[in-house]
Each structure stands twice: as C-alpha cells, then as structure tokens.
Design a protein around this ligand. Structure first.
Ligand SMILES: [Fe+2]
Length: 192
C-alpha cells in the first residue's frame, strides 16, 4: 500500500506563482498539524493581495457559492470562495478545524449566532466585511457568510482551513408550526 503523500496534493499553478501568495503558501506547506488560528489570522492580515492574485483559480457557481482550491495538503486548504449576489453558506460551525478568511473583492456579510438553551440559534452580531477584512472562527463559533450586495456585484474571499475540512455541523432556524387554537397568521382575504 503506498504511503500517503506528505506534500501538497493540490495546487493551482497560476495562483501559487503569485508573489503575493507565495509566503503564505510556503508557510502552509510546512504544516504537519492543525494550524494555530492566531497565526493564520496574522498571515492573512499581512497579505497585500488583489483580485488579480486569485483570479486564475476563480470560477463562479450559478446556483451557490463556489470553493476554488488554490493549494491543499492533508493539513490545510487554501481556497478562493466566489459568491454572486444572494449566495451564502449554510449556518455552520468549525469544530476541529482552524478557519480564517480575508475579503479580497467586494463586501461580504457575516452573521454570528449563539446556541441558546432551547436548542434554537439566535443571531447576535452582523458584520459588513470590507476588502481587507480578516475573519477568524473558533471551534464553537456559529456563523453564516453571504454576498448581500446588489445583483452584478461579486464577492471573493480567501479562506484557510487547517486541517482540510471534511464535514461541517450545520444549523437552521426553527420553523414555527403556528399556534394552538385559532391561528392569527393564517392567510385570508386581503383588505382594501
Ligand atoms: Fe465558516
């Protein structure tokens, strides 16, 4: 049985050649364990990148946001995520994975949630993320990221996950079943 490769298994040659991304990719390639979130954040904050640096990896999805791999090994993924207007992640957490990203192009929106004793999730913070903004998510953080800009305005974000993400816990708003007895929310004839 062949031994699992220790070197990166995926690379987008054009992006990896970008001088702006080379130091970050060089660091990620040395990882043999889960990366420290503070170090990932520092690397992303230190970048001087534009859309041109990640463009060679970027495809957009017609119906949902798209994950475009720039480089990866068993211990990290470096991705350009591309979002058309109205596209968003599921509400999710990051258990077992260090996750940080930087807004490269456009304005993103992050909604943070907390899990309440009832089991329902509650939104607690909304952040409009301008280009250059770096977001870091701890294991228990629950959030949703979206492109809430107008149609025609794209969002591109540069994400690092360490180790590679295989499965995310997802959450959803509870759907009300109405109320017992007469239902004031039932559709009826409109007035006027
Ligand atoms: Fe996330």
């Amino acid at each position: 049985m062949p031994k699992a490769a220790e070197s990166p298994v995926v690379q987008n040659a054009a992006c990896c050649a970008s001088p702006a991304l080379r130091p970050l990719i060089g660091y990620l390639q040395t990882l043999t364990h889960r990366a420290d979130l503070a170090i990932l954040t520092h690397h992303l904050q230190s970048l001087n990148i534009t859309r041109d640096d990640v463009e060679p990896a970027c495809c957009f999805g017609a119906r949902s946001y798209k994950r475009n791999v720039i480089a990866a090994s068993p211990w990290f993924e470096l991705l350009a995520l591309t979002w058309r207007s109205g596209q968003c992640t599921p509400i999710h957490d990051h258990r077992g994975v260090s996750c940080a990203f930087r807004v490269v192009h456009g304005v993103g929106t992050e909604i943070r949630f907390e899990l309440t004793p009832s089991g329902m999730i509650c939104p607690v913070q909304t952040v409009r993320m301008q280009p250059g903004y770096v977001c870091a998510a701890d294991d228990a953080d629950i959030h949703q990221v979206a492109n809430m800009q107008a149609p025609g305005e794209d969002l591109i974000t540069l994400h690092i996950y360490s180790p590679r993400i295989s499965k995310m816990n997802t959450y959803a708003f509870k759907v009300s079943e109405g109320c017992d007895g007469s239902n004031p929310y039932a559709p009826g004839p409109s007035e006027g």
